[in-house]
Design a protein. Sequence first.
Length: 495
Amino acid sequence: MTTQKPPTDGGRGRPGLVLAVCCLSLLITALDTTAVNVALPAVGRDLRASVSGLQWTVDGYTLAVAAFMMLAGSTADRIGRRRVFQAGLALFTAGSLACSLAPGLGWLIAFRVAQGLGASMLNPVALSIITHAFPDPRERARAIGLWGTTVGLSLAAGPVVGGLLVASAGWRSIFWINIPIGVAALVLAAVFVPESRAASARRPDPVGQALVVTILASLIFAIIEGSRRGYGSTPIIALFVLSAVAVAALPRYERRREQPLVDPVFFRSVPFTGAFVVAVTAFLVLSGFLFLNTLYLQEVRGYSALHAGLLTVPMAVGIAIASPLSGRLTAARGPRPPLVASGLLIAVAALVLTTLTATTPWAVLLTAYVLLGIGFGLVNAPITTTAVAGMPRAQAGVSAAITTTGRQIGNNLGVAVLGSIIAARTGSPHHAALATASHPGWWLLAASGLLIAAIGLATTTPRAKATATQVATHFPTDPTPALTRVPSADGSAAA
């Protein structure tokens, strides 16, 4: 059981200001992600990047976040949450400055990895800080609600802000906006955020961490570079084999540890495993859509970055509207209705885009955008609810943290897989046949939607719920639930 140590700064933290500082960290990371997607065609033209180069510009960042998020959370519990949060802000801000000055594509990708390392220290640690700052459950729920609202606002504003910046000052300016916000958050964190640690933090697991990095890095590299070097080439096959070996080795090693980085016992729960797969699949859909749609609007339809950003606002609005409705529906009816509805809406939206051409009517496109936005907005709340179903409250944060990592894995796979489909069929993001070349990608997203709906049905049966109850018996009951982790509005967790 993990309990909280009292603040070491004399209680100087003011909860409202602490929340504001944490929301600033979420704002810059969320804005950065969507703004970079809008800027990809400009980056490609300026740095003469291939499709795989553009893929790495996105996936270098998300790979670092996915690989090191759980390590950052456990390190913060051990050495101090404010300390790790400040280190993340400093690294993310410095990485943003470096990205804006990158002289070539290789440098840009390297600096994006540095940004991702910084981001991995921000959001999960910020949620821990918020929970520590708001000990009252009702106040904490409101604070996390505001945190979740920031996600929706950032997602809606990101394409527009990115488009404005690219149109007015070039793609490098999308990284400039992070610098003043990051510096301000760093100063405010030093002044207002109290230090806190877990009284009994988890021990480091360097071997488990190395295996996680090996799984993700080798798999993503093989998928992206395989489209260029050939999936039958010896290096690519070797990377797929390496990833598979690491996947097999991770649970075998973790079972022997008293405090594993990823406890394999969780995956004996059908609801938890289903929630993890849904998290991966849903974010594969979102990241894949953003990647394909950005290239389509700018390279095929000839729209500017600003126009492309404005045209994706209906999707973001759909997410912002559906997210709170999903939370209420999940609370009232359970996770099955929103999961099934989410999957079906995503499937219909993707099916509409399987006939995409250079002259597809705007009514068709906007309908697909809205349906996909609503579908994605419905999925986050039931992911977390399904992940923690039947688990002891003491394990809620760990299970939610693993599914949050699943979201980042989905982000990686969406860009890697769908970008590779484009690269294999065209070889260039500027190819005139890009719309037709994207059709297999949209079919893949339609199948992903159907998979989400099927998992929503399969993981909410009495038999599936019984497996979660069986897994719960492996863990001690937590006598102090008020101090356990709680899932956030966007499905993350705080300690």
